[in-house]
Design a protein around this ligand. Structure first.
Ligand code: IPD
Ligand code: CA
Ligand code: CA
Length: 259
């Protein structure tokens, strides 16, 4: 895609996501919380309203199909497709009222070419275009440290990963410590921004990570499945997003090392 066309699409995506952030902050409707797959997998009327708002805007502007967590489906990923997570971190939206994001990506034949992750409460807009670098509120994020190893960084992961991966607890003990914010998109943005060294998750969906994957790779992070295979944002699965040496260390220690 031409650079100018990509920039225009990014401008449109950013403006839409910022309007959606205002909706999330002051929705003017009842949350009406419902459960989905389990008691902690929640959706509110705001998730649905934000998704519909973004779908309407991006469809009117481009006509491209949209895949959204709260009900918008596509037949295929051929050509250009928008991917939306209207509120990534719905539990935080309901309970802690911070650390939730709006995530919007454009994929071309399944590859993210544009990504926006809005940290709604902090008012931070992370953006990236393929080959054009990554930014936070318009300031370049720069490249992450490619030499630092996992012992010198904070790692982001959750209890279920620690339970499922027998070697993870030890690696976390040897690191600077572990964190968990409850929004995969923001957790990856933290890695891209050079604050945390790595993010490990066993089960992310396309809308959680499509935009943040591009933001990470544009800052020099390595993003793959936990077994080291290529990331394909069209499929659900595991993710290991980390600064390059942290990534190879963790991939070896958690999966490949003999014991
Ligand atoms: C969830 C968040 C959470 C992650 C879950 C996701 P949602 O997204 O990103 O951090 O651990 O796997 O489903 O449901 O709040 O959009
Ligand atoms: Ca999500
Ligand atoms: Ca969501």
């Amino acid at each position: 895609m031409e650079k100018d066309e990509l920039q225009k699409l990014l401008d449109c995506a950013v403006s839409t996501v910022k309007q959606a952030a205002e909706m999330a902050l002051d929705p003017g409707i009842e949350l009406n919380i419902e459960t989905k797959s389990n008691r902690n997998d929640l959706v509110t009327d705001v998730d649905k309203a934000v998704e519909q708002f973004i779908v309407d805007k991006m469809t009117a502007a481009t006509g491209y199909p949209v895949l959204g967590e709260e009900g918008h489906r596509v037949d295929s990923f051929e050509g250009r497709v928008w991917l939306i997570d209207p509120i990534d971190g719905t539990m935080n939206y309901i309970e802690t009222r911070r650390d939730y994001a709006i995530s919007l990506a454009l994929c071309e034949n399944g590859v993210p070419v544009l990504g926006v992750v809005q940290d709604v409460v902090a008012g931070k807009t992370y953006t990236a275009t393929l080959g054009g670098g990554a930014f936070c509120n318009g300031t370049p994020l720069g490249k992450v440290d490619s030499a630092i190893d996992y012992r010198q960084v904070v790692l982001i992961t959750d209890l279920k990963e620690i339970r499922a991966l027998p070697r993870l607890a030890k690696a976390l003990e040897e690191s600077r410590g572990h964190r968990r914010y409850g929004s995969a998109a923001l957790e990856m943005a933290e890695v891209a921004a050079g604050k945390a060294g790595g993010f490990i998750h066993l089960w992310v969906s396309p809308w959680d990570i499509a935009a943040a994957t591009l933001i990470c790779t544009e800052t020099g992070c390595t993003v793959s499945r936990l077994d080291g295979t290529n990331m394909d944002v069209r499929q659900k699965g595991s993710i290991l997003a980390a600064w390059p040496t942290v990534h190879s260390d963790l991939q070896y220690r958690l999966i490949q090392a003999p014991n």
